[in-house]
Design a protein around this ligand. Structure first.
Ligand code: HEC
Length: 462
């Protein structure tokens, strides 16, 4: 019996199309037959059938709701409209057949049919919302149209704090609310209330979800709003679900501090005595351009062609930039003599990759004459640190790759004078492993040798 009721329940999505079909067919037939009246008898049969299959749809829908764990709140609108539609189909049948029932005599038949169509549309729409989520139909509409129709549109809210303004910013409205809005409200908001929880408004946050309140005053570890966020990403119930964009550790810290402060919904950051360090990560960063400012006009086209003919790969960094990226990846035989071909474009090179080529220390004087060079890769070549001082003229050089080269620990002393260098990669060079991690302020040494953490699936044999 259980199997039967489950099967019938799962046939609901199919059965629901029958009343829709019968009803629409009835309306069309009534319209096309209004003059000749050939099919009068057929019409009443159609509406009777519409009524019968509507009842079947109601029953199968009810079984689906019982068997598949839907909440009554979720299905009730759809269920009630389904029942009303079924009753209405029988009313249409009775009216068409005899028109002897007093209440039905007052309404004209065409009006009743339009009503029938409206009812079945509402029922269908409500059913669709259960399966696809509310707003499925209106989702593709342009934002402007949605706003005009009063449909809530999701808007990412920026957290706009600055060194000067952070103390006066409203803790909830300007920091906590945007975090919840950007990472949680798509599932816990006006459109959806997963776990019966909404997080877009104070009252909703306070009233909690299906398991009750989600915040315990001043106790983040006792607050589900917080524990769900810090639980390991793979555990059940982690929020936001792992495939969604996660909170950053800075956002987690703010959420924690907010709960510890008694989850206030008004008052400035300063008035709650929170520390600046919590908010610094949200200040705008001064992003200095990585590459030099371009003051040159782009090269004549044929100067690139001659370089390409030598087997080097040359490309512009971007469409509107004069800067070039040159790589010898397809020319392992590249050596000092080949640099002659590059002379006309020397001033334009900002990235140069000579890794895996036949160069040696004799390349340094040439490299020292590339005034805008910013990223240089000499990895897997025979270069050492003999003569590397030549590169200290390069006022833009920021990244230097010397992995698997013959450099020695003398390198670090020499690099101290490099004006802009931020990162030097030395993986696989025979250097003592306890060398400096930082040569000087702002210049990091990357020894590589990264390993990936083991994960469960590593040990599965497929
Ligand atoms: C992709 C959808 C989605 C997003 C985004 C999401 N959640 Fe959830 N959340 C769910 C679902 C589904 C449930 C119900 C199942 C469960 O309890 O795990 C739930 C349940 C919860 C509950 C438990 C409510 C109760 O009373 O049982 C809390 C608390 C929660 N979420 C917090 C959050 C927070 C905080 C965020 C944002 C950082 C978030 N969720 C983002 C889908 C989501």
């Amino acid at each position: 019996m259980d199997i039967l009721s489950q099967l019938l329940g799962r046939l609901h999505p199919l059965i629901v199309h029958l009343p829709i079909g019968f009803l629409i067919l009835g309306v069309l037939l009534y319209w096309t037959d209004r003059k000749t009246k050939q099919y009068t008898g057929l019409l009443s049969t159609l509406f009777l059938w519409a009524g019968i299959v509507s009842v079947l749809a109601c029953i199968s829908g009810f079984l689906l709701y019982q068997n598949e764990g839907y909440g009554f709140d979720t299905v009730k609108g759809h269920l009630w409209f389904g029942i009303i539609t079924a009753v209405f189909c029988f009313a249409l049948y009775l009216k068409w057949k005899s028109d002897s029932i007093a209440v039905l005599q007052k309404v004209s038949f065409p009006i009743m049919m339009v009503l029938g169509l409206v009812l079945i549309s509402i029922t269908g729409h409500k059913g669709g919302n259960i399966t696809h989520g509310e707003g499925y139909l209106t989702e593709p509409l342009p934002r402007g149209v949605k706003k005009a129709l009063g449909i809530p549109v999701f808007e990412e809210l920026p957290i706009a704090l600055t060194e000067e303004s952070w103390e006066n910013a409203d803790l909830y409205a300007e920091v906590v609310h945007p975090i919840l809005n950007n990472k949680c409200v798509s599932c816990h908001g006006p459109k959806q209330a997963k776990g019966e929880l909404r997080l877009h408004h104070m009252d909703d946050i306070l009233s909690g979800g299906e398991n009750g309140e989600v915040i315990m005053a001043q106790n983040p570890d006792g607050s589900e709003l917080f524990t769900r966020v810090i639980s390991p990403k793979d555990t059940d119930g982690h929020m936001p679900p792992k495939e969604k964009e996660q909170l950053t550790k800075e956002e987690v810290a703010v959420l924690k501090a907010w709960i510890e402060a008694g989850h206030p919904f008004d008052g400035s950051i300063a008035s709650h005595g929170l520390d600046e360090s919590l908010f610094e990560p949200f200040f705008p960063k001064d992003v200095e351009d990585f590459y030099p400012e371009a003051t040159l006009s782009p090269l004549p086209l044929d100067s690139l062609r001659t370089v390409k003919e030598t087997g080097l790969h040359v490309e512009y960094l971007s469409k509107d930039s004069p800067w070039l990226r040159v790589t010898a990846i397809n020319k392992p035989g590249f050596s000092l003599t080949d640099t002659l071909a590059l002379t006309p474009i020397n001033d334009f090179i900002v990235e140069l990759d000579l890794s895996h080529t036949e160069i040696n220390d004799s390349i340094y004087p040439y490299l020292g004459h590339l005034p805008n060079l910013t990223v240089l890769n000499l990895g897997q070549t025979e270069v050492t640190d003999q003569g590397i001082e030549e590169l200290s003229h390069l006022s833009h050089l920021k990244h230097l790759n010397l992995t698997r080269t013959g450099i020695t620990s003398n390198l670090f002393e020499k690099l101290e004078n490099f004006p802009s260098l931020q990162k030097v990669y030395v993986f696989g060079a025979s250097l003592p492993s306890d060398g400096p991690k930082e040569v000087s302020k702002g210049l990091d040494v990357d020894y590589g040798g990264y390993t990936l953490p083991r994960i469960a699936s590593d040990s599965i044999i497929y």
